[in-house]
Ligand binder design. Structure first.
Ligand code: NAD
Ligand code: GLY
Length: 360
């Protein structure tokens, strides 16, 4: 697998470098990108640290950086205000300056939390994302959304803060548990659905982890390039970027209904995409047969295509959906595979359609 690179024109502009083994060369890339940085604050989690922490730190120390590491417990509960405050105090206690940088080593939880910490400590320091899950590589490490969860809902406090550099080592995906890998695949399939029919067909023809892993450089590059284009046009999520939410409106309701434990985000999004395609077909927006085609790609990967949830969860999910404003909600539907349409509906109308179709 050769090196692949993209440049994102958002924030100050930054490179995404995709290269097997790049973890061992991270120091060189960071030195080049952030020549003024002396101290690096590595934020990682309790699963990733023993797998990749030492390799990353060795690569940074070879370049004479002063490296500090903070390990949060693995899992969504670490994406919370308490951890954010702990990170601020830890960085301030080690004398962080504005030319220093935060390194996020891990999945989307670490990326979102570390990104928020980097964007707020001293009103903003350097940020390097080193994503180690498929979801983080194709989605959360690119585009600058940072967040922590509040009691009222997920991702309710956060910032837009683009990284200075994103380093992806596809080899780190080899240690992902099956469920976490497939959760990321739901987002990969989403890109095919909303943007690229050829890519969707490419995925459809490779219905196993082994076959997908063989083509991981192509998969990562394609997804990151689509995300790059969307973010460059709508960095602050006021228009086009909403299309990345395809499958997420119902997905959020499913996650809520399962108390965030029964279904992973990717599983919920998978069923949400199938449901949104079915709804689009019923509304006459989506080409007939689209839901069936999406289900045929999801099912062999063990991703669910149907999840039942109560109308109250749909209402609650819409209540905290950042894609809603006032009384209307923007629903992301497909015209066909590869072509998306934003449809504005009243909240009441949408709840009735979704609950009638998918509620208990
Ligand atoms: P995660 O960060 O919790 O990682 C999933 C699990 O995999 C964790 O247990 C983690 O410790 C483990 N892990 C990570 N890398 C590993 C590796 N290489 N080998 C073995 N285990 C590894 O979850 P995620 O799915 O990566 O991210 C989900 C989070 O991302 C959510 O909080 C979601 O809100 C956020 N998100 C953010 C954006 C954004 O644009 N900022 C987009 C999508 C999702
Ligand atoms: N993951 C959705 C976004 O970045 O907008």
């Amino acid at each position: 697998m050769e090196t692949r690179a993209l440049h994102v024109n958002a924030g100050g502009g930054y490179d995404i470098i995709i290269e097997p083994g790049i973890l061992d060369r991270a120091g060189e890339h960071i030195r080049r990108t952030l020549p003024g940085a002396k101290r690096l604050f590595v934020i990682t989690d309790s699963h990733v640290s023993p797998l990749y922490g030492a390799r990353l730190v060795a690569s940074l120390e070879t370049l004479s950086f002063e490296v500090h590491t903070h390990v949060v417990p693995a899992g969504e509960t670490s994406k919370c205000p308490g951890q954010l405050v702990a990170l601020w105090e830890w960085m301030a206690g080690h004398g962080i300056t504005r030319t220093d940088a935060v390194i996020a080593l891990g999945g989307g939880v670490v990326g979102d939390l570390a990104g928020f910490a980097a964007s707020t400590i001293l009103r903003g320091v350097g940020l390097v994302q080193i994503p180690t899950t498929l979801l983080a590589q194709v989605d959360s490490s690119v585009g600058g959304k940072t967040a922590v969860d509040l009691a009222a809902g997920k991702n309710l406090a956060g910032t837009f803060y683009q990284p200075d550099l994103v380093l992806m080592d596809p080899e780190t995906l080899g240690t992902l548990p099956e469920g976490v890998f497939m959760s990321g695949m739901a987002e990969v399939i989403k890109y095919g659905c909303i943007w690229d029919r050829e890519f969707f067909d490419f995925l459809a023809a490779r219905p196993s982890r082994a076959e997908l892993t063989e083509h991981m450089d192509h998969i990562l590059l394609t997804c990151c390039d689509i995300k790059r284009r969307v973010v460059e046009e709508d960095e602050h999520d006021t228009g086009l970027r909403m299309i990345l939410n395809f499958g997420h409106t119902l997905g959020h309701a499913y996650e809520l209904a399962g108390n965030y434990t029964a279904w992973s985000h990717g599983q919920a999004v998978a069923a949400g995409m199938a449901a949104a395609a079915g709804l689009g077909e019923k509304m006459g927006v989506t080409e007939p047969g689209t839901a069936e085609r999406i289900e045929a790609v999801l099912a062999p990967l063990g991703l669910p295509t149907r999840i039942k949830c109560g109308a109250e969860h749909i209402e609650r999910a819409l209540g905290v959906d950042k894609k809603s404003s006032g009384d209307s909600v923007t629903l992301i539907l497909l015209e066909r595979i590869g072509a998306v349409r934003r449809v504005k509906l009243s909240r009441a109308d949408l709840i009735e359609r979704l609950a009638g179709e998918y509620g208990r």
